[in-house]
Write a protein that binds this ligand. Structure first.
Ligand code: HEC
Length: 264
């Protein structure tokens, strides 16, 4: 219940359409009392990355250390060379089990990920105000001034928004997600680029997967982005100068962003 899987709590109508199956009975809409994995009703918004989803299907443990989800290696085939339309999955060496060929997604894997990407929580009909979550987003302390001590918890925000790809140790995954430890962008002074990567996503280099518009997708505030940036600038051995929300807001993409332009 502490986890926020969408922009409002789930309701039975999210999971099944009610219709009459015969004169006497309706289809059942049961929420159940327990699920083993996380709620997927909004996974299309929470994790839109193709590269992440394919690697997660191939081997969940490569991305989420203690995941209990089974692996689905049979949704992938091994090829000696990539064909023109082949989508390769970059699997870290520790999980390749001696496979030397290219690991390629089958059409079934691509279809399954396309379905996951389509799962997005629908807004309530016009005029309906969504009910509150158990813990309101507004309860996260907001910054009072440029004082960084009053920022929201950057580590928690990093864990919720960035860790799935860049990993807990900030080192990313070779061939898929770049390391933020020692990254020239994280350590450098180009704050506009840093903020834009978080808010708009990044697809600069072919050797890495695509980063989606994580900040925009998750409605991160300037204070939250500041807290994440400062966490990254000062963790895993990184030791760069921290920034203030005023600097994050100034001269960068924050106020230029038109969410509708983002089509990733
Ligand atoms: C879906 C996976 C994913 C998530 C989630 C994600 N990133 Fe990324 N990130 C990437 C990929 C992939 C790249 C490299 C893109 C490229 O260069 O083509 C990247 C690049 C970066 C870079 C540039 C690093 C460098 O040295 O080039 C920074 C900084 C960054 N991400 C920060 C963040 C922050 C902060 C968050 C959380 C708010 C975050 N990322 C969430 C996948 C992700």
């Amino acid at each position: 219940m502490d986890n926020v899987w969408g922009s409002r709590p789930g309701i039975p109508a999210d999971y099944a359409g009610i219709s009459r199956t015969d004169f006497w009975t309706n289809t059942a809409t049961l929420m159940g009392t327990e699920r083993t994995g996380p709620d997927l009703t909004n996974i299309g918004t929470r994790q839109p990355s193709l590269a992440w989803n394919l690697l997660h299907l191939y081997q969940p443990r490569a991305l989420v250390d203690k995941s209990i989800m089974p692996a689905y290696p049979w949704l992938f085939e091994i090829k000696s060379e990539l064909g023109e339309k082949d989508v390769e999955v970059v699997v870290p060496d520790a999980y390749r089990k001696g496979i030397t060929g290219r690991i390629v997604a089958t059409q079934e894997a691509l279809n399954l990920v396309a379905y996951l990407q389509s799962l997005k929580q629908v807004p309530l009909p016009d005029g309906k105000v969504p009910m509150e979550f158990l813990y309101k987003k507004s309860e996260i302390p907001v910054v009072v001034s440029g004082n960084t001590a009053n920022l929201p918890d950057g580590k928690l925000l990093y864990n919720n928004n960035c860790m799935s790809c860049h990993q807990a140790n900030g080192e990313g995954l070779k061939g898929a997600f770049p390391s933020l430890k020692g990254s020239s962008i994280v350590l450098g002074d180009d704050l506009e680029l840093f903020v834009n990567i978080i808010m708009l996503g990044y697809d600069a280099r072919p050797e890495y997967a695509v980063m989606n518009a994580v900040g925009t997708d998750n409605n991160l505030t300037p204070e939250e982005v500041t807290a994440i940036i400062n966490h990254e600038k000062t963790s895993w051995g990184n030791n760069a100068k921290t920034v203030t929300p005023e600097e994050v807001k100034k001269d960068n993409g924050f106020y230029k962003i038109n969410i509708k332009q983002i089509t990733r």
